[in-house]
Design a protein around this ligand. Structure first.
Ligand code: TXA
Ligand code: MG
Length: 337
């Protein structure tokens, strides 16, 4: 199959791909998505096949605005609309009780469904035009870092999808925050573009799922099935070093091998001369680190490295999402200084 490059001017053609049951790469503010008609079990099945995604991992539905929530969800708590008023369109996915019209293929047998309204006008237009909710996981092959450009998505999906809409680089760079509103207190299942601190301003107490901060023991089940899989990982093993950036840079220099790669803050590049160095933005600019983290992880697969050492951002704000992705890439192999 030939994958057609579309632009934001091709809304009509893009919507037709969705309406006809095809697979379409869609831009969002977080990462590119692999979209299909979320009401069509065959189309949804094709998403799983293209990604090589385990069947027990549910998909989220993308809608153009909060008025669509009622169509696919029931028992919607009032607080859901407080969240949409403040954060939609934007990088927040809400887990709600689903209606029976949501196919089992989307929810992987759960009685809930994730709902998201992306902050990307062209994608909302495509969904509205197709007049169906769009099921879309991140547009990477399962296990790979999520794509933040159309080119990155094509590395994994060329020939497997009918088209991709090139909307430029994603402005957030890590996936949406997932909040489960079906439990009390509400539970953060995946940190993302909307920060925990921002959610607490609306919800008060927010529980943080264990899978966010640590590796689950065998047999432990995270609430977001996707959080249990090894993810975002370059082929070379990654070690994360946490602590003051001057200390972590010194620690890595002293231990790295000849063919080790390094993921570091821009300011520390000079420490690692002669090595394969990939930067992830300035030490104090977490928004930039979020935009760069996935491309940085992808870059190591193009370099000949035996292993990767990474400086770690701190957990404040969107840093919680960046460290979560980095720690998962490292299989939670973390050294605390
Ligand atoms: O930013 C995003 O959310 C991107 C863009 C494309 O919108 N999408 C995305 O989808 O990251 P995906 O499938 O790569 O990640 C969705 C995560 C998975 O970990 C999945 O297990 C979890 O959400 N999830 C989906 N439905 C769920 C549900 N009903 N209950 C709990 N977790 C759910
Ligand atoms: Mg994903």
């Amino acid at each position: 199959m030939e994958t057609k490059r579309l632009t934001p001017h091709n809304v009509e053609e893009a919507a037709k791909i969705i309406a006809d049951g095809g697979l379409l790469g869609i831009p969002t503010e977080t990462v590119y998505g692999l979209g299909a008609n979320g009401l069509d079990p065959q189309a949804v099945k094709a998403i799983f096949e293209a990604k090589g995604r385990p069947q027990d991992n549910p998909l989220i539905l993308h809608v153009p605005d909060e008025s669509w929530l009622e169509r696919y969800c029931e028992d919607i708590p009032a607080v859901a609309y407080e969240l949409t008023a403040r954060f939609w369109p934007g990088p927040l996915t809400m887990i709600l009780k689903r209606r029976d019209n949501v196919p089992d293929a989307v929810s992987a047998g759960l009685d809930t469904v994730g709902m998201r309204c992306p902050d990307c006008a062209v994608t909302r237009e495509i969904i509205a035009k197709a007049d169906v909710p769009v099921a879309a996981p991140s547009g990477n092959a399962s296990g790979r870092p999520s794509p933040t450009t159309a080119e990155a998505m094509l590395e994994d999906m060329e020939g497997k999808i009918l088209g991709i809409v090139d909307g430029g680089s994603c402005t957030v760079g890590v996936e949406s925050t997932i909040i489960d509103l079906t439990v009390e207190p509400s539970r953060l299942l995946r940190p993302g573009g909307v920060t925990l601190e921002e959610l607490e301003e609306v919800l008060g107490e927010v529980a943080v799922d264990d899978a966010v901060r640590r590796l689950l023991a065998p047999g432990e089940q995270p609430k977001a099935p996707g959080m249990k899989y090894r993810h975002y990982a370059p082929k070379a093993p990654v070690t994360v070093v946490r602590g003051d950036p001057n200390m972590t840079a010194g620690y890595i220099v002293a231990r790295m091998g000849e063919k080790s790669g390094v993921l570091c803050f821009d300011e520390f590049q000079g420490y690692f001369r002669g090595h394969s160095v990939v930067t992830m933005g300035p030490v104090n600019d977490q928004a930039q680190q979020a935009r760069e983290i996935f491309e940085a992880l992808r870059a190591f697969d193009r370099l000949e490295v035996t292993d990767v050492w990474a400086q770690s951002p701190d957990d404040e704000g969107i840093g919680l999402a960046v460290t979560n992705r980095l720690n998962k890439a490292a299989g939670f192999h973390i050294i605390e200084l």
